[in-house]
Design a protein around this ligand. Structure first.
Ligand code: SF4
Length: 240
């Protein structure tokens, strides 16, 4: 008896969630409304909304888990999901870079050194997967199987070096069964994705950008073009 949920039990809980849980959309829009009314500069509003909306995604997932009494089995130091290809848009990439540039000097330098080493060490694989089509499951499988770590992953500690601003796919991918499924399978089928929360998260940030656009100042973001340019995180971070 392991005490872990089985795949069937997880599917049952997801169905229960669908039937009884209502996403709290207001929580997302409330963040944006407060920032619109604040005295922050345009770029500060954007950086802060990005972080707070990502936190809202994590919070929403917590609330869903509580609603159906499901507890993630993902643990600190377990980083198998950090070998999946992560896709984000240009706005998110710019806000990640901007957030890093505002980190305390020591942490920023540690990340810069890490990126230098990463691109030196994994140059061949990064080049090989530069044009990856993530909608092709076979190609995604090959990428994961190649064991190319995420550009933000410290492979010695298995910790994310930009944890508080890790993008949405890193937050929405969760395991509720035996963590061994992630160790034993390239693409485990038991894991759950809350990717549908992208709608609330991006809808709210788009609301802020529309407001800024009307004010004729969208700061570092080129609106709406940056929202439509998607690429792998490993490609976006090359020029940091
Ligand atoms: S950004 Fe962080 S959490 Fe996401 S895949 Fe990379 S290392 Fe892992």
């Amino acid at each position: 008896m392991t005490g872990y949920l089985t795949h069937e039990e997880i599917i049952k809980k997801c169905k229960e969630l669908n039937e009884k849980y209502q996403i709290n959309e207001d929580a997302f829009y409330h963040i944006v409304e407060q920032l619109i009314d604040s005295n922050l500069s345009t770029d500060q509003k954007l950086v802060k909304s990005f972080r707070l909306l990502l936190e809202a995604v994590s919070k929403e997932i917590n609330q869903m888990e509580n609603a159906v009494e499901m507890e993630p089995t993902c643990r600190m130091g377990c980083a198998f999901c950090c070998y999946f290809p992560i896709v984000i848009n240009q706005m998110e990439a710019k806000l990640i870079k901007q957030s890093i540039s505002q980190m305390p000097k020591e942490r920023k330098e540690q990340l810069e050194l890490h990126f230098d080493n990463y691109y030196r060490m994994y140059q061949d694989k990064v080049d090989r997967f530069a044009d990856l089509d993530v909608t092709d499951q076979d190609k995604k499988y090959n990428y994961k199987q190649s064991l190319l770590p995420c550009v933000m992953l410290d492979t010695e500690t298995n910790q994310c070096l930009a944890y508080e601003i890790r993008p949405l796919p890193c937050r929405t991918y969760v395991n509720y069964t035996d963590p061994a499924v992630c160790a034993d399978n390239v693409m485990p089928e038991e894991t759950i994705s809350y990717e549908f929360l992208y709608q609330e998260y991006m809808g709210a940030i788009n609301e802020l950008l529309m407001y800024l656009y009307e004010q004729e100042d969208t700061g570092i973001v080129e609106y709406p073009n940056d929202l439509y340019q998607e690429d792998l995180l490993i490609n976006w971070m090359k020029d940091y």
